[in-house]
Design a protein around this ligand. Structure first.
Ligand SMILES: [Mg+2]
Length: 247
């Protein structure tokens, strides 16, 4: 489908931007995107994997959008076709990953905190998720750890040691949620997907977490994009209406 305004793309975050958090997109939104697509090229970039994004935006998502970037673009689809994949394992390599994982597990073993459970490192395709208490703790134990960590700074101390020890790997460490932090190569945030959008002279990005520390911040701030902060799917439609459909 040829868009009326060539070289212009509207690129959307998923959660909180096209759908209510962790919910399915409304029929109104899906129709709006198809109307918008007659005017500009449209794309989505989400942190989740493709199966989760399909649950939220529909099983035909890779055909409904010109570009679908799942896992921040580590998996990239253009007009329904897979055009690129990247993973932690192939990028960093098993030797260096093993070194990092071994050191981290030793560090956790020596850590004196009130309780420990299981799954201290979760290996995902684009990141490692590290939890000093272990991910399979109960909700109550999570809440307790979060309080304890606020006082003892277990995670931030651990991050500063890992950052220094593995400086050569150029990892980004991101403390989020209650019990863990994420570790991934520098640049593997949502800006990763911009490498596929060289041909566009106007990249409009819409996201709800554009503040510092939010998962839309880097791409919102990027010199390659024109960033727009939205508060809900309704707000996204409203802003797109005035930007693209009324001019
Ligand atoms: Mg969001």
């Amino acid at each position: 489908m040829a868009a009326l305004k060539p070289g212009v793309i509207a690129l959307f975050d998923v959660d909180g931007t096209l759908t209510a958090p962790r919910k399915v997109a409304t029929p109104e939104l899906l129709q709006f995107i198809q109307d918008l697509r007659k005017i500009v090229t449209v794309g989505v970039v989400g942190g989740s994997d493709l199966s989760k994004i399909s649950e939220q935006l529909g099983q035909t998502v890779t055909h409904d959008y010109d570009f679908v970037f799942s896992e921040n673009g580590l998996v990239a689809h253009k007009q329904g076709k897979l055009i690129g994949t990247q993973s932690l394992k192939s990028f960093v390599g098993d030797e260096q990953l093993k070194e990092f994982i071994n050191f981290t597990l030793h560090y956790i073993a020596d850590l004196d905190i009130p309780i420990k459970r299981g799954t201290f490192i979760e290996f995902r395709s684009g990141m490692l998720n590290v939890s000093p208490i272990g991910r399979n703790c109960s909700q109550e134990e999570r809440d307790e750890f979060e309080k304890y960590d606020k006082v003892q700074n277990i995670r931030s101390k651990m991050v500063s040691i890992l950052r220094e020890k593995f400086a050569h790997l150029n990892f980004t460490f991101s403390i989020g949620g209650q019990i863990s932090f994420d570790v991934f190569p520098q640049g593997w945030d949502k800006t990763y997907c911009l490498r596929y959008l060289d041909g566009f002279h106007e990249i409009h990005f819409f996201g709800d977490k554009t503040y510092k520390g939010g998962n839309d911040h880097e791409i919102y701030e990027s010199e390659q994009t024109i960033g727009h902060t939205v508060t809900s799917p309704e707000d996204t439609m409203k802003q797109c209406q005035s930007l693209f459909l009324e001019s």
